[in-house]
Design a protein around this ligand. Sequence first.
Ligand code: C2E
Ligand code: CA
Ligand code: CA
Length: 352
Amino acid sequence: MLEKLPDLATLEQRVEDIQEQLNQPYSLGDETFNTTASIGIALSDSKYKSADEILRDADTAMYEAKKQGRGKSIIFQEGMHTNVVNMVRMERDLRIALEKQQFCLYYQPIISLENYTTVALEALVRWIHPEQGMIRPDLFIPLTEETGLIKELGLWVFETACFQLRQWQMQFPHHAELGMNINMSPIQFKQPHLINLIQDIIEKSGIKGSTCRVEITENAMMQDPEAALTILNELKNLELLLYIDDFGTGYSSLSYLQRFPIDALKIDRSFIKDIDTSGKSAQIADAIIALGEAFGLRIVAEGVENEQQASILKLANCHHVQGYFFSRPQDAKSLEEYLNIERHQIAETSLN
Ligand code: C2E
Ligand code: CA
Ligand code: CA
């Protein structure tokens, strides 16, 4: 409770003071930690009839602040309630969607720069909403993480992707070792028996563990490094490969490259986007590739949209690429068609 504040500038100053106090580093064991706080503020005025109402609005503003990243503070405004109402509606719809199986997977090829053939696919989830049509994951994954629904959805993705992979591995003999990359949220690390559930899926689907790859972001690992390390080691015991997603965009110390059992880095799209026009981006990509070489990691470049970007990456010794230039993510039926065409092309080249 801040009483008798003369103006908003004073309020801002007080909020900064609170943040600064909370940001003081502290030690636990041998490690140093920092805490940040998301702050929601409600300005008391005559419209409020009870303390509960003020707290409710401050709480709403806090969720807004959380959405904008770490350590933000936000003053409540009318209209935020409609956001909350929309969120509540979406959460309800997501639960129904899980029950009614309204999700589907799209697959995007990952291509080897050595021979330009598909070596793996990334499974990307879509929500086929009965009224709104196809909804992209960026719009609903965060809410499934907040509500814990990601645990159920994540398992569905795992199961669907692994069984689909097995089918294609058998259908296309030259793709017996085709890989499947699956995105995992850090919330799933806390799921009880996650490893047993994944092991079960791998065994039932009949794929080799090594053809299944899990993608996680640096930030996801750093949220709770110990929990992440345990899970990642257990995934390695199942012979799955571990990919760091969006590499270069998170904030973390590189020491985790030594500590964590990582197999590959995916260079984030933001560095590839102007690799053909900006020297800086090309240097960052080069540096990541060199880092990968030093640590014996496979390097995948994301978001390759034109031929020039692909040839720059090939010259730089990048191993794999993924992006609209090669193929957009496609539903299972179109992807099967794509693999079929590729099979004929491979057959033709080997005849020539
Ligand atoms: P991501 O893992 O970084 O996936 C790559 C995103 O980049 C995909 O967006 C893909 O469609 C897009 N993309 C691929 N190539 C290009 C390109 O050349 N240019 C451009 N501009 N974009 C390209 P999408 O499918 O909308 O997925 C967005 C994010 O949602 C993913 O980012 C991932 O973080 C998350 N996501 C998707 N599926 C799942 C899932 O099953 N579980 C979890 N936890 N997250 C998922
Ligand atoms: Ca990914
Ligand atoms: Ca990515």
